[in-house]
Design a binder for this molecule. Structure first.
Ligand code: ATP
Ligand code: MG
Length: 272
């Protein structure tokens, strides 16, 4: 697979939630703050004029405080959210112009998500959870068996395929979530706070696993976190959001050595 695959281009995205989004958008474009738009138009501004290039084949981290727009941004990539204005291009194709079938293909073949809450089906075994997405998109049982067996082993869960999620620890459940996403062989993996619910040592192990897997996979991994240490450890690039605005994009070294403003500096200074 070429490393160029799975690149994402975000162009001037605005997301304004609420019944009067058009009015809210006009206010934002005229320079009103998130708070002003909320009090005057009753709209919640999720993102304001975010433009971003996410290269293929690398781990790209999105950071920011709670409510800064991280999940909102990432949900635009597979069009779980429609922007109020702006464009998103995946591999050069405008996702807003995809029809139903093409959008389904994007979600089933190009991108997979890994969630903080694991999102496992409690009444299905580990095997059937990992197989789920492949079966939904209609892969043959032979293909499912080969891929699921491989990924259960590669995430370190060999022998657990017949277990149910409630028989596993949090770290093991997230390994199942990761295997399920990777079994689909997507170009892009979207990981929204995927490791945030895990205790520190298990979280560190999961970062190590992800880095090990990525060293051979070279997928585009969009990884959301609150934690700068995690971001610095795994990210090739880090983008920082505040109140729906992009504050800085850079390599870990650039973020640490040249924080763009006090907001970024506070993340850097808070490091343990
Ligand atoms: N469906 C929605 N309706 C209204 N407002 C929303 C909706 N989803 C998000 N928002 C608002 O958009 C802003 C960004 O939210 P978002 O969930 O993207 O933040 P986040 O950075 O992912 O936060 P967290 O770290 O807590 O997950 C917040 O002000 C939030 O209240
Ligand atoms: Mg979020």
């Amino acid at each position: 697979m070429s490393t160029a695959q799975g690149h994402i281009e975000v162009r001037h995205i605005f997301k304004v939630f609420g019944a009067h989004a058009a009015a809210g958008l006009a206010m934002v474009k005229q320079g009103a703050s998130k708070q002003e738009v909320l009090s005057k138009a009753g709209c919640n501004v999720g993102l304001q004029d975010v433009s971003l290039h996410i290269p293929g084949g690398q781990i790209f981290v999105i950071m920011g405080l709670s409510g800064s727009g991280k999940s909102t941004l990432v949900r635009h990539f597979n069009r779980l959210i429609e922007p109020t204005a702006g464009e998103i291009l995946v591999n050069g194709r405008n996702v807003l112009q995809l029809d139903g079938k093409a959008l389904q293909d994007l979600r089933r073949h190009t991108m997979s998500m890994v969630f903080q809450s694991f999102g496992l089906l409690p009444h299905k075994t580990v095997f059937d959870n990992v197989a789920y997405g492949m079966r939904v998109r209609g892969d043959t049982e032979d293909a499912v068996r080969a891929s699921v067996t491989k990924w259960i082993e590669r995430v370190g869960l060999k022998g657990y395929d017949k277990c149910y999620p409630d028989e596993l620890s949090g770290g093991m459940r997230q390994r199942v979530g990761l295997a399920r996403a990777l079994a689909m062989d997507p170009q892009v993996l979207l990981m929204d706070e995927a490791f945030s619910a895990l205790d520190p040592l298990i979280r560190y192990d999961m970062q190590t696993l992800l880095l090990e897997l990525q060293s051979t996979l070279s997928k585009t991994i969009v990884f959301i976190t609150h934690d700068l240490d995690e971001a610095l450890r795994i990210g090739a690039h880090i983008a920082i959001l505040r109140d729906g605005e992009l504050v800085q994009v850079g390599t870990p070294q650039q973020i640490v050595e040249q924080p763009a403003d006090d907001y970024v500096r506070r993340f850097v200074e808070r490091r343990s």
